[in-house]
Design a protein around this ligand. Structure first.
Ligand code: NAP
Length: 271
């Protein structure tokens, strides 16, 4: 039996155990995945402990992704993004980042072109970091807009070598939305229990806009409801979660997991 886990604080809400256990079961693998509440202060011991115990791999969630950089050997991508969400133990303790790839795959499977497109990224937290870097590296023109403008400016500076990234506060969202092709919400706005909240309303949107909300609890966020009213294309947060998990699964096991089963499990858990 091989053990896997997600470390975070809080972590009881995580859908990763259900999603990965469904994939292990479907492939007939003798593996189990659990959630472990670990504080930032205990992260070093927890990662090294899992390594010593022979774990197959770990995921990291809030608030551990950035702190882990100094504990693991990060891949170039994780180093450039500035955060680790996946730890693999096959060749020492190596930290990967699969969040950006998850977001990119959620867009491309919905036939959304990235190269040359203007992306308005709302938020400058951990998830925004991976998305800004990945999409800018793929040729998008990214504007990071954050409630605390200083965080947007410092993130744009940190990941700016990936491509074209600018930063702004949120005072003039109407104008920012008018000048964008794709809106991505990576703030916590709209997440349970604040389900009636949104930063952008239908009167600010157009039919040729793509609106991607990475918040997945609830799946049909107020932002996505507003986008549907405006006739815009909508993408929910489930597939980013599934694809970042599927990539981690491949890194750990070398096997391609059943993405359809992982998606079904996540949607059932959220229903
Ligand atoms: P985080 O690092 O804590 O960042 C939170 C962001 O939300 C910050 O930019 C913060 O702005 C902003 N924010 C919070 N409250 C706000 C408010 N009232 N008004 C405006 N902005 C506000 O969190 P994270 O890890 O990036 O996660 C953000 C969301 O993405 C969460 O809902 C999480 O569940 C979701 N997520 C989804 C996936 C997926 O796979 N689908 C993956 C990761 C995260 P300030 O800087 O001003 O505080």
């Amino acid at each position: 039996m091989k053990l896997f886990g997600v470390l975070g604080d809080p972590v009881s809400h995580s859908l990763s155990p259900a999603m990965h256990n469904a994939a292990f079961k479907a492939l007939g693998m003798d593996c189990e995945y659990h959630a472990f509440r670990v504080s930032a202060d205990s992260l070093h011991d927890a990662i090294h402990g899992a390594f010593a115990l022979g774990f197959g791999g770990l995921n990291l969630t809030i608030p551990l992704k950035e702190k882990a950089l100094a504990i693991v050997k990060p891949t170039d991508l994780a180093k450039q993004i500035g955060a680790v969400n996946t730890v693999d133990f096959k060749n020492g303790i190596v930290g990967h980042n699969t969040d950006g790839l998850g977001a990119r795959m959620a867009l491309t499977e919905n036939d959304v072109e990235i190269k040359g497109k203007k992306v308005l990224l709302l938020g400058a937290g951990g998830a925004a970091r991976a998305i800004a870097f990945t999409l800018a590296a793929e040729g998008a023109i990214v504007t990071i807009s954050n409630r605390t403008p200083e965080r947007a400016f410092s993130l744009a500076k940190e990941v700016g070598k990936a491509g074209i990234i600018s930063a702004s506060g949120m005072e003039d969202l109407k104008n920012l939305v008018r000048n964008t092709d794709i809106i991505i919400n990576s703030t916590a706005i709209g997440m349970f229990p604040g389900v009636s909240e949104t930063l952008v309303t239908s009167d600010m949107m157009r039919t040729d806009l793509v609106v991607f909300d990475i918040v997945y609890n609830p799946i049909n966020t107020r932002l996505l409801q507003e986008a549907k009213i405006a006739g815009a294309k909508t993408i929910d947060g489930v597939m980013m979660l599934v694809y970042q998990g599927a990539e981690a699964f491949k890194i750990w096991t070398g096997k391609t997991p059943p993405v359809d089963i992982m998606e079904k499990t996540v949607r059932e858990e959220l229903a």
